[in-house]
Design a protein around this ligand. Structure first.
Ligand SMILES: Cc1ncc(COP(=O)(O)O)c(C=O)c1O
Length: 366
């Protein structure tokens, strides 16, 4: 059978392969998802929706209650003012990213993506016919603003991701502002992926859309409310962007899952205490893992957000750690600019972290 060149040109994510290759008894720090259960009041809202028979198609762009709840959330938490018509509810943040690339990227356009960065950005830019260009990090694993500016000429889209997967870096406000303003001057649209906004430790999340009308905010219920499997995300933009994106969305997705949308209304409008509780626990786990590395004599800047550590482990050490049954992801899965690193996810129990540190300590001592 003949396949599309665009699809043949991209590689499947390396992360799942590593996970599948690990034997039984492996300690898995490879997969990036919360180990918490979805809070009870959110599940109850889904059950209620099921019992009330809310199981049919919904409006393409999402149920009105959810689009309104997202507008309230953006105002309350991010200081952003949007109308419901400016929100498109999607199947996770992933679909929002995909739709935006389809809508914004023309054949051959340069698309700036963080490198190292979340695996989807470059692949989705390529599927849309664009040419992904990696923005390198500085020595502290934040975006190198000056280098990003140099790459911006002739680009149509720039993706920002703070807090970052895979580095855990939280961009300083002045960097975000500088990048957004520079992009605005050059007609570059910024896609700001803020799915880890609530997982920042001792810092404040800065929504990029505060600094320019050229910014589209992508977010999801997935990480904030431990709802990765429910597949609810969204983007907030101008109505013009939503009108274009909904054309693609209606043909490939129709709508996000109905009962998950009702659950998301409860998530965004209900009690937010579970978000703070999860954040406290992630921070304790981060500190525990970081101290483990410090005791081993492995030093690197402490990650300020998300639930990842991007640790300076060379390929050989990474292989030894994998052989000791700890699943970690080699840094080259996230781009070309950070060889000699590996990503570790600490959204796992404290017992799992202790066991991983024990095994990694043995691999380091070997
Ligand atoms: C930076 C980043 N953006 C987006 C996503 C996609 O999230 P969702 O599960 O909502 O599609 C992920 C998932 O790992 C991510 O790490």
């Amino acid at each position: 059978m003949r396949f599309s060149e665009r699809v043949m040109g991209i590689e499947g994510s390396g992360i799942r392969r590593i996970f599948e290759a690990a034997g039984p008894g492996a300690v898995n720090l490879g997969l990036g998802q919360p180990d918490f259960d979805t809070p009870a009041h959110i599940k109850e809202a889904a059950v209620r929706a099921l019992q009330e028979g809310k199981t049919g198609y919904t409006p393409n762009a999402g149920i009105p209650e959810l689009r309104a709840a997202i507008c309230d959330k953006l105002r309350r938490e991010n200081g952003l003012s949007h109308r419901p018509e400016e929100i498109l509810v999607t199947a996770g943040g992933s679909e929002a990213l995909h739709l935006l690339m389809q809508v914004l990227v023309r054949e051959g356009d340069r698309v700036l993506v963080p490198d190292p960065g979340f695996v989807s950005y470059a692949a989705l830019a390529s599927i849309a016919g664009g040419v992904p260009v990696g923005m390198p990090p500085d020595s502290s694993m934040h975006t190198d603003v000056e280098k990003a500016k140099e790459l911006m000429d002739g680009a149509s889209v720039m993706v920002l991701n703070s807090p970052s997967n895979p580095t855990g870096a939280v961009e300083p406000e002045e960097s975000i502002r500088a990048l957004v303003e520079y992009a605005a001057d050059r007609g570059v649209t910024v896609i700001s992926d803020e799915v880890y906004e609530h997982l920042v430790y001792g810092r404040r999340h800065v929504p990029a859309a505060r600094f320019g009308e050229n910014v589209i905010t992508v977010n999801a219920a997935s990480k904030t409310y431990a709802m990765t499997g429910w597949r609810i995300g969204f983007f907030a933009a101008t109505q013009e962007v939503v009108d274009q994106a909904v054309k693609v969305h209606q043909y490939c997705q129709a709508c996000a899952t109905s009962i998950a949308q009702y659950a998301a209304v409860a998530a965004y409008t209900g009690d937010q205490s579970s978000v703070a509780e999860m954040r406290r626990e992630y921070q304790a786990r981060r500190d525990m893992m970081y101290e483990g590395f410090t005791r081993m004599g492995i030093y690197f800047p402490i990650p300020e957000g998300a639930f990842y550590m991007f640790v300076p482990f060379g390929r050989e050490l990474t292989n030894r750690i994998l052989h000791r049954g700890v699943v970690i992801v080699p840094g080259d899965a996230f781009g070309k600019n950070a060889p000699g690193h590996a990503r570790l996810c600490y959204a796992v129990s404290r017992e799992t972290i202790a066991e991983a540190i024990h095994r990694i300590g043995k691999a380091v001592a070997e």
